[in-house]
Design a binder for this molecule. Structure first.
Ligand code: BGC
Length: 773
């Protein structure tokens, strides 16, 4: 498909040529998915489309740009983020985004509404299928690659949903009440990294509030942090319908209200400027940003483009190959032999696959591979028979049957008993999980679990294949099946990928981007999800996902980063080389099995011992993948910036690397650490000014104050021995450590008297870098 596109605007856009009314109208949508144009100022309209894993092509009716959401034109449905997350492959995400950009350009779409980079705080979030991971680094690497892939091809990304939009319950109103440290370290971290490094042309603000202020009116998040701290120079658009007070939103830094309101809120802007309530320069700034946005996105039009349905379907399949996660494979049940034997394929989901999530991201695929057809195509002598086992009425968009399925079950059990192996497709329906609501449990449907029990009794050689957008509980039954494949929602070509993995044409290499807990109750956010009366308190702090399971030493069904291969990998010879601002971590990986395979090497850090803040036992700092022939070894090297070790100090209002020994680990999963090394890291100087209220521990940890106070203790010991001796008694030293200096100063034996506190404080201030004192 090719398209002739008009040349870019000749006139440099300028807000100054526009009247107040025209300017106001530019800051809201002209239709559901299109911005307003101002041809006289050289500002073209910008057409947008959902996103993120395929185009939901707006079919506008022509009268005011209303979009029929249920009849999108066909577009390639790539694996949604839940699957792509498991690829741990930014290069792949980059290629998928490039193909998405080609399709967008072919259809005149200038901005794709994605990627979605919210963190999976709870397994219950109905939109987890649209997000990559419970980890911000993995999210940032994949989301950032998508931003680059889109924009290098001239199509704008809209990074969403900014910020702390981690649930669907009450999503349009709820306030995410989150402390500064988890906000920075977990929920903003991927946004920060992508904004700074990959420079998205737009950001979509979420519906919810953070700490009481709706995002669309949140000056701190939209302006102070996003623009001033991170240097964002693009447009902030609202999520669809997220604006409550248009004038307040503009003031906070929201440039574009989507969709438009047919001029109603534009008039509010005009009135506010006229009445002197809104400085016109605020509006001008937003118009300038929108003009730049239109100019940037118009750049892509020049290239015109080609979109090959076949090629893109192939890419969707290749991507899906990388996303499948082999969770379990006892006695090498998999791969199955395509040349002989018999396979019972059981489960309606094998014939009627669920391959994407429900809601605004739903794509009308250009074609659809089913696992069943693909298995039959790939079988080269093996017999493949099918029994549905249960029903999926009405296809992917409707609930799986609650009606009795005994007849179907009997048939499936007979088939399983008659075949060498049973491949059982189980999963969730769109009615179970979707944009707009959260799940209330993580179990598979009862009828499927009852069926599985009967199948296993009939034939113990069972491989279960899962289709689900959010994790499901496997703990109660995974011990009864030798093989388990997590297929997530794999996009339109996912059926082929599953068949290739099952028959061994593809050696699986996906790794979990989220923990599979044993029980919902184990999940770190469990007691504070989804909140009540308009507030959700992020009570688990930074202990999200594996950070929390590890800190609480909870057993899990399958840990973050886990994923098996049909071959095996050995790790040897880890080295850490430190430079000033980074260290490079190298480890040699060897394919010790008999077939080629790809391993994702994960680098975690922990420590330092004696940290002044609560730290997760380990945090992902880097990853890299390596493809190896049987017997082949290769050294994998990744760089970790020193700053990655920082925590966000709410008190200092800044990131801070604590000095000390950090453990650097190389693992095949977060709970399969193969190599480790200790590195000593020099800390950042504290930016906190010492005072009489500072504790002895704070004084002693301070680079300037510490030696000063120690000097006094030593001098006192030389004189009397009393107080200084106290510091040498470990219990007493601990007791004193938590006391403010001015309290100690009142003790008669104190080496610093009340009058000395101010003097010492002044001395300590010299040489301390300026901060938030
Ligand atoms: C969703 C966004 C989406 C927008 C436009 C909203 O309801 O939250 O993710 O891009 O609709 O369809």
């Amino acid at each position: 498909m090719t398209q002739q596109t008009p040349p870019p605007p000749a006139v440099e856009p300028s807000a100054h040529r526009l009247s107040l009314t025209e300017k106001a109208s530019l800051t809201s949508g002209a239709g559901d998915f299109v911005t307003a144009a101002a041809p006289e100022a050289g500002i073209p309209a910008v057409t947008m489309s959902d996103g993120p894993h395929g185009l939901r092509l707006p079919k506008e009716s022509g009268d005011g740009g209303q979009v029929d959401l249920h009849s999108a034109a066909p577009a390639t449905c790539y694996p949604p983020a839940v699957a792509l997350g498991s690829s741990w492959d930014p290069e792949l995400a980059h290629r998928v985004a490039g193909a998405l950009a080609d399709e967008a350009t072919a259809h005149g779409v200038r901005v794709l509404l994605g990627p979605g980079i919210n963190i999976k705080r709870s397994p219950l979030c109905g939109r987890n299928f649209e997000y990559f991971s419970e980890d911000p680094l993995l999210t940032a690497e994949l989301g950032g690659a998508m931003v680059r892939g889109l924009q290098e091809s001239g199509v704008g990304a809209a990074l969403k949903h900014y910020a702390a939009n981690n649930q669907e319950t009450d999503r349009m109103r709820v306030s995410a009440d989150v402390d500064e440290r988890p906000l920075r370290e977990i929920y903003l971290r991927a946004f920060e990294r992508i904004v700074r490094r990959d420079r998205p042309w737009s950001v979509m603000c979420s519906y919810n509030a953070v700490n009481g202020t709706p995002l669309s009116e949140n000056h701190r998040l939209l302006t102070d942090i996003l623009r001033t701290e991170w240097g964002f120079d693009g447009v902030v658009m609202s999520d669809w319908g997220a604006v409550r007070d248009r004038v307040a939103a503009l003031r906070a830094g929201l440039d574009l209200q989507m969709p438009g309101t047919h001029g109603r809120t534009d008039a509010e802007v005009v009135a506010a400027v006229t009445a002197g309530e809104l400085d016109e320069s605020v509006l001008d700034t937003s118009v300038e940003r929108l003009a730049r946005f239109a100019r940037r996105t118009a750049g892509g039009e020049r290239s015109g483009t080609r979109m090959s349905v076949d090629e893109h379907h192939r890419l969707a399949g290749e991507a899906a190959d990388r996303c499948v996660v082999l969770l379990k494979n006892e006695r090498d049940l998999l791969p199955l032999d395509p040349t002989s034997g018999s396979v019972a394929v059981i489960g309606e989901l094998a014939r009627t696959p669920r391959y994407q999530g429900a809601g605004s991201s739903q794509v009308t695929p250009t074609r659809l591979d089913t696992p069943l057809d693909s298995l039959r195509e790939l079988a080269d002598g093996a017999r493949v028979d099918f029994a549905p086992g249960y029903t999926v009425p009405g296809g992917a968009a409707t609930a799986l049957a609650a009606e009795p399925t005994d007849g179907l079950g009997d048939e499936a059990v007979r088939l399983a008993a008659a075949c060498d192996t049973a491949v059982v497709f189980l999963g969730l329906s769109a009615a179970d999980e979707s944009e707009g609501f959260d799940r209330d449990h993580i179990d598979l449907p009862d009828d499927q679990l009852r069926l599985l029990e009967r199948l296993v009794a009939a034939n113990p050689r069972v491989a279960v294949v899962l289709s689900n957008g959010g994790v499901v509980r496997t703990g109660p039954w995974h011990g009864t099946v030798p093989a388990l494949v997590e297929g997530w929602l794999l996009g339109q070509a996912g059926g082929g990928a599953l068949a290739r993995v099952l028959f061994g044409a593809v050696n699986p290499s996906g790794k979990l981007a989220e923990t599979v807990p044993l029980r919902l109750e184990d999940s770190p956010s469990h007691l504070s999800f989804p909140g009540e009366e308009g507030h959700v308190r992020y009570g688990e702090g930074v202990f999200v996902g594996y950070r929390g399971y590890d800190a609480a030493a909870r057993e899990v069904a399958f840990p973050f980063g886990h994923g098996l291969s049909y071959t095996a990998f050995a790790y040897t010879g880890m080295r850490v080389v430190q430079a000033r601002d980074a260290f490079s971590v190298s480890v040699t990986v060897t394919n010790t099995g008999r077939i080629p395979g790809r391993e994702v090497v994960q680098i975690y850090s922990s420590g330092p011992a004696g940290s002044t803040v609560a730290r997760p036992p380990r945090e992902l700092r880097a990853f890299a993948s390596v493809s190896l022939a049987p017997g082949e070894s290769r050294e994998v090297t990744v760089e970790v910036a020193r700053g990655e070790l920082a925590h966000y100090s709410a008190r200092e209002g800044a990131w801070r690397v604590e000095g000390g020994d950090y453990n650097i680990e190389a693992g095949s999963s977060s709970r399969d650490i193969r190599q480790s090394a200790v590195v000593g890291v020099e800390g950042d100087p504290s930016r906190i000014a010492l005072s009489g209220r500072s504790t002895i521990a704070e004084w002693l940890n301070h680079p300037v104050g510490g030696p000063l106070l120690m000097e006094r203790f030593l001098a006192a010991r030389a004189e009397a021995g009393a107080a200084a001796g106290a510091m040498e008694d470990p219990a007493m030293a601990r007791f004193l450590a938590g006391m403010p200096l001015e309290v100690i100063a009142e003790f008669p034996q104190s080496p610093v008297g009340p009058e000395g506190v101010a003097e010492l404080t002044a001395l300590a201030a010299v040489g301390t870098p300026p901060g938030n004192e």
